[in-house]
Design a protein around this ligand. Structure first.
Ligand code: SF4
Length: 309
């Protein structure tokens, strides 16, 4: 993962300044996830704070995406062993996306995400959260449905998540992992079903997608293109065709619900044209794409919730 990032130039500060609505640096209220792992000062850039107490929350709120990324890929942090996970929420609901839409599922939403997608529906998971042991999390899942969905935030930002996935499999659960496409899926338990969210241009995070992940998808996994605009649709269609992705795994085109206006994270790209649900359906039929189209069903069932739930 660190190698991928370095090769792609992600360690360099390619964007400057805080994103809209972000505070430059916040200490976590819910306790420290990681004890300090560096004795000295963290690398920094002129005018930015010096990080002495590195936590998941401080990383996820570092002032720019590039700097956040350089902290996340620090090998000293990635190697840290910990059997606890910072959890944003645990709840039971219906699967609202993916090809498993409509199935009852126990949801494990982890806290923290270094991305800031323009239409993100779960910014409440960016900070805070409750620190729980893997044993506690698995115990709570036992009384729930057979399906367990591990989502975020970005679950793979926390090193103990692969161990949680293994324990859930041992507990005879059917496990879905929803991940952003920006973290390697190379070393995950083979029994889990990976739902890889592929972010298009409209997210503002398309350049974070790791292309190596596409070749790691297995027949029971799912590649989920999140589509909000014409540009997203065209890019997804070209990638699908050029890589014959539908022969590798399940492919879904997931229509992104319009974000609130103004969105608290960052503005929706004005130069792009939003695509409606009906337009997306029409384009898929017209282009004869071998994909499954899905809306975010839970947002039709519970529109007042307004979040990723
Ligand atoms: S949509 Fe997912 S990957 Fe993007 S910012 Fe929100 S939680 Fe992170």
């Amino acid at each position: 993962m660190a190698g991928d990032a370095a090769k792609n130039g992600h360690l360099l500060p390619d964007r400057v300044g805080p994103l809209m609505g972000e505070t430059p640096l916040r200490e976590p209220k819910g306790g420290v996830l990681y004890e300090p792992v560096f004795a000295g000062e963290m690398p920094t850039l002129p005018g930015w704070p010096v990080y002495r107490n590195l936590t998941l929350s401080t990383i996820c709120h570092a002032p720019t995406v590039a700097f956040r990324w350089s902290l996340l890929y620090n090998p000293a942090l990635m190697k840290k062993k910990d059997n606890t996970i910072l959890i944003a929420e645990l709840y039971t609901s219906l699967q609202g996306e993916t090809r498993f839409v409509g199935l009852p599922s126990f949801f494990i939403r982890t806290a923290g995400c270094p991305l800031r997608c323009s239409w993100c529906d779960s910014p409440h998971a960016f900070s805070g959260g409750k620190r729980m042991t893997i044993r506690e999390i698995v115990a709570q899942s036992l009384s729930g449905p057979e399906f367990v969905t591990v989502t975020g935030g970005e679950p793979l930002v926390q090193g103990a998540v692969p161990r949680l996935l293994s324990r859930l499999i041992e507990a005879k659960k059917s496990v879905l992992l929803e991940t952003s496409g920006a973290f390697s899926i190379a070393d995950l338990p083979p029994e889990i079903i990976v739902i890889l969210d592929w972010k298009g241009q409209s997210s503002g995070e398309a350049d974070r997608m790791l292309k190596d992940n596409l070749s790691r998808l297995r027949p029971h996994d799912e590649l989920k293109f999140v589509i909000a605009t014409e540009e997203d649709y065209r890019d997804a269609r070209e990638l699908l065709r050029s890589e014959s992705l539908h022969r590798r795994c399940h492919v879904t085109f997931s229509w992104a619900f319009p974000p609130p206006d103004p969105h608290p994270l960052k503005p929706f790209p004005k130069e792009q044209r939003r695509i409606s649900l009906a337009e997306l359906a029409g384009r898929i039929l017209e282009d004869r794409l071998p994909v499954r189209m899905i809306p975010q069903v839970h947002k039709f069932v519970w529109p007042e919730e307004g979040s990723g739930r």
